[in-house]
Design a protein around this ligand. Structure first.
Ligand code: FE2
Length: 453
């Protein structure tokens, strides 16, 4: 290469690095998603048209560092990226760091760490562990919010959550709130996810543990959204791109999936994509209306098979709307009696042990019991709100005889659920925790109580 061409080459190289660095910027994350025995997902959002690298290494073994790189399309509105890390060792802690732009050097400092699952099956008892859960996080954006008292409350709850030593966080829906400026356009749906995810107060929590999610109406689209929502495919795209769950529905429809951790199986339900409108008549010709469904026939069939396939002593059916509350004036699976009856008949006929419901949406927390004629009692653990306004219970819900005494929380809170004890004697403890990490109340149930005698 002559000196003139070398000068030109160097100039182009200099400008391409400069331009690349100028546009390179991490907007949100990194955030670990689904972590398995030998694989892990790390999510991050960068600017469109930038390069981004993920570095990872075994903790205390910097020489084991490896990197993955991606380039995001220039012409996309937003550029969330998920890295799939493979060929990891089980039960091993890895550190990771995200670098905007391309780098040939391992970053000096890690952004966070994750630990792959332990291969305990056929070897030792299931591990004790805890996880966090919660729903309804509203972040104010005054120029687009409704006038009046801001709906979003104290976001420092995420600072407390970041300090928890939990195995993962399970978001129960209404994880962000689309407004009028968002849900009338495809771009708006992307904007809301990106803007809320980028808020600085959330970042330490995103990095602190793996995150899983379902959605409810507000992160799906408009209030009480149903299967008729015209942008539901875009909503699904946004959800798929802003979370890092193991899978999203089947055949490109819905967002349902399963997650296993220790001796718990989680059935992550989609209560929006297939949902009939809340106002559809619950009864038709004196019978439960077979057309009114919350999960839809395909997802219900999937759930039944997934429950039968599960050997876990604790089976969490995780869904946005409440499921067992006879006194609720709001949407609840019982307002979909054909589907509710079908599920109850199935659980009894197939003698499915260990079922619990985990729900959100209500803007208060509580544990509701549902006594069955000849089967063990079912419980619905409702966890809400993280940062949105509190809704106090009213009417006949106020004196709900099926609420477990001392479990009602009418304040911002998140939930810590812990599993402990020897095989066959496992205990599940539910703690509702306030903004500053203070325990508000607790309730527990044993593996044996979730079985027919
Ligand atoms: Fe909701």
């Amino acid at each position: 290469m002559d000196s003139k061409r070398l000068f030109l080459f160097n100039t182009i190289l200099f400008f391409s690095i400069t331009v690349n660095t100028a546009f390179a910027q991490v907007i949100a994350g990194p955030m670990p998603g689904h972590v398995e025995l030998r694989t892990a997902k790390i999510w991050v959002e960068v600017k469109p048209g930038s390069a981004v690298e993920l570095w990872y290494w075994k903790k205390n073994e910097p020489a084991s560092a490896k990197q993955l790189g991606k380039k995001t399309p220039v012409d996309s509105w937003f550029a969330p990226v998920t890295f799939d890390i493979v060929a990891l060792d089980p039960n091993t802690t890895y550190e990771y760091a995200v670098v905007a732009g391309f780098s040939s050097k391992k970053p000096a400092k890690a952004d966070g760490e994750f630990t792959t699952l332990e291969l305990w099956q056929y070897r030792k008892p299931a591990p004790d562990f805890s996880f966090l859960t919660g729903s309804c996080s509203y972040f104010n954006e005054p120029k687009f919010d409704r006038p009046g008292i801001p709906y979003g409350k104290d976001s420092s709850i995420f600072v407390s959550m970041a300090k928890e030593n939990a195995s993962f966080m399970l978001w129960l829906g209404d994880n962000w709130y689309t407004r009028e400026v968002d849900f009338f356009s495809k771009w708006g749906l992307w904007y809301r996810a990106s803007r809320d995810r980028s808020l600085p107060i959330l970042q330490p929590f995103l990095r602190s543990m793996p995150h899983y999610a379902i959605w409810d109406d507000h992160d799906y689209g408009p209030d009480n959204g149903d299967k008729s929502y015209k942008f539901k495919e875009t909503s699904r795209d946004v959800f798929v791109n802003y979370w890092a769950n193991p899978t999203y529905g089947q055949d490109g429809k819905g967002i349902y999936s399963t997650v296993n951790y220790g001796d718990c199986d989680f059935f992550l339900m989609d209560d929006r994509y297939f949902r009939s409108n809340d106002d559809m008549a619950a009864m038709a010709y004196g019978q439960p209306n077979p057309d009114k469904r919350m999960w839809g026939t395909v997802q219900m069939d999937w759930l039944k098979n997934a429950l039968l396939h599960s050997r876990a002593p604790f089976k969490f059916i995780v869904t946005g709307s409440q499921t067992l509350n006879l006194s609720s004036p709001y949407d609840c699976l019982q307002n979909y009696p054909a589907e509710f009856n079908e599920l109850m008949a199935f659980l009894s006929a197939e003698k499915i042990n260990g079922v619990l419901f985990l729900t959100g949406d209500r803007h208060h927390s509580e544990v509701i019991r549902y006594d069955r004629l000849s089967d063990y009692t079912l419980y619905d653990i409702t966890s809400s709100p993280l940062t949105s306004g509190v809704a106090k219970v009213s009417g006949k819900d106020k004196e709900n005889p099926n609420r477990i005494p001392n479990t009602l929380v009418e304040a911002q809170n998140y939930t810590r659920i812990s599993l402990s004890g020897k095989p066959k004697e496992r205990k599940l403890t539910v703690e509702f925790i306030g903004v500053s990490g203070n325990k508000l109340t607790e309730w527990s149930v044993t593996e044996q109580e979730l079985k027919n005698k």
